[in-house]
Design a protein around this ligand. Structure first.
Ligand code: FES
Length: 158
């Protein structure tokens, strides 16, 4: 990361601390703001947040690791979240996932395509258990997936 980028991240974080305060409770809104803007929370930003809030960097990292909507690695412009909960699993989620991974040329959930267009993730129940397998592409939910239907949806966002 260039020095200039680091300076601008520090400035951005200082502005967020002004807005949300420097208490521990400001951690989540600050992380969400950084995630929204950059689509992930870079290492340097994690260190700076820890410094500005006077907490250990491990604490920042643990919060990022705990919440599936926060990421420490760059994400694709489109996020495909495939339900991994038991009902969708039993309804054929595994075959759907294999087809998606083949189409995206990635080997596991959590990876992003080389062109940074699409990230595949697992998610817990999307509340559509009676219509599984289900997945969410950005904000839109798709149900009753088959491998073929999932590939068509992926092709549309490619
Ligand atoms: S188990 Fe997949 S939507 Fe509920």
């Amino acid at each position: 990361m260039l020095v200039l980028e680091k300076n601008s991240i520090t400035e951005e974080l200082e502005a967020l601390v002004k807005e949300h305060g420097s208490e521990r409770s400001a951690l989540m809104p600050i992380l969400q703001a950084v995630q929204r803007k950059h689509r992930y929370v870079p290492d340097f930003a994690q260190q700076e947040i820890a410094r500005l809030l006077d907490i250990h960097p491990v604490e920042v990292y643990s919060v990022i690791s705990f919440y599936s909507f926060l990421h420490s690695e760059p994400q694709g412009r489109n996020i495909v979240r495939l339900c991994r909960t038991i009902v969708c699993d039993m309804a054929g989620k595994e075959e759907v996932e294999k087809a998606i991974k083949r189409e995206l040329k990635i080997s596991k959930a959590g990876e992003t395509t080389k062109d940074k267009k699409i990230t595949l993730e697992h998610t817990n129940c999307l509340g559509m258990c009676d219509q599984g397998p289900a997945m969410m592409v950005n904000d839109k939910i798709y149900t009753k997936l088959t491998p073929e239907k999932a590939v068509e949806i992926i092709k549309d966002i490619k």
